[in-house]
Design a protein around this ligand. Structure first.
Ligand code: PGA
Length: 258
């Protein structure tokens, strides 16, 4: 059995702003509201993932750990519009979201691309926040476990040694049907996916690795459901979209985990 008591690991709360806000002025304002609203906590990590063009300015002003929402898998070269893990790392960015379902859906990102991005992130010491999760069709067909296992196997394919960075890897379970819909899985469903992720990582690597990786939930999180999604499921934290664009709501969520 896996240890569901994750009290010794810091809780991780990530804001995924997606393609928002429209201007740096609004971004700056949002950061200020979040900073003002958050009470200090030692056992808590807050990571902000803004649009990439705002990263440097936020880095200079905020003091938050930052993540980029996507990277390309090559280190440099003729890849118009793309940003490498090296560029992000040189901006002192620590995290990168990889394989968000919106990129899988709108930009046809495949598990193979996700795997290349995982390799590039790990090679360049950028911590991946790997997003996985089933679609509504897959849920209805009752194939969630197979989908999750398959996405994990493919994302970590050929990645033999992750020891140096295991404690910084996050895997976010984000059911596609729960993103931005106000629909959420039950506590039992989230708990069983948490255990499935641990079991799969344990099979791919070992039990210690499975225990050290941080497993997060994402999809229609707000200040009313956030605490239970962590406290009752054994999850290590949350990946928050819509609610993170409201500074005081995001701070309220963070403060639940003080
Ligand atoms: P949501 O998005 O919180 O708006 O559902 C979560 C995500 O896409 O990461």
């Amino acid at each position: 059995m896996f240890n569901n008591n994750t009290d010794n690991k810091p809780k991780i709360i990530i804001a995924n702003w997606k393609m928002n806000p429209d201007s740096f002025g609004e971004t700056d304002n949002l950061i200020k509201i979040i900073k003002k609203g958050i009470k200090k906590s030692d056992n808590l990590k807050v990571i902000i993932c803004p649009p990439a063009v705002y990263l440097s300015k936020i880095k200079a002003n905020s003091g938050f750990d930052l993540g980029i929402q996507n990277i390309f898998w090559e280190d440099r070269g003729a890849f118009t519009g793309e940003i490498s893990a090296i560029i992000a790392k040189n901006l002192k960015i620590k995290y990168t979201i990889i394989g968000h379902s919106e990129r899988r859906k709108y930009l046809n990102e495949t598990d193979e691309m996700v795997n290349l991005k995982m390799q590039s992130a790990l090679k360049n010491k950028l911590s991946p926040i790997l997003c996985i999760g089933e679609t509504l069709e897959e849920k209805k067909k009752d194939v969630t476990s197979g989908v999750i296992t398959n996405q994990l196997k493919k994302a970590f394919k050929g990645i033999s040694n992750i020891k140096y960075s295991i404690s910084n890897i996050c895997i976010a379970y984000e059911p596609v049907w729960a993103i931005g819909t106000s629909k959420t899985p039950s506590i039992d469903e989230i708990m069983s996916v948490n255990l499935l992720i641990k079991k799969t990582i344990s099979n791919l690597y070992d039990r210690e690795t499975a225990e050290k990786i941080s497993i997060l939930y994402g999809g229609s999180v707000d200040s009313k459901n956030a605490f239970d999604f962590v406290d009752k499921t054994g999850m290590d934290g949350l990946l928050i979209g819509g609610a993170s664009l409201n500074g005081s709501e995001f701070a309220r969520i963070v403060n639940l985990f003080e």
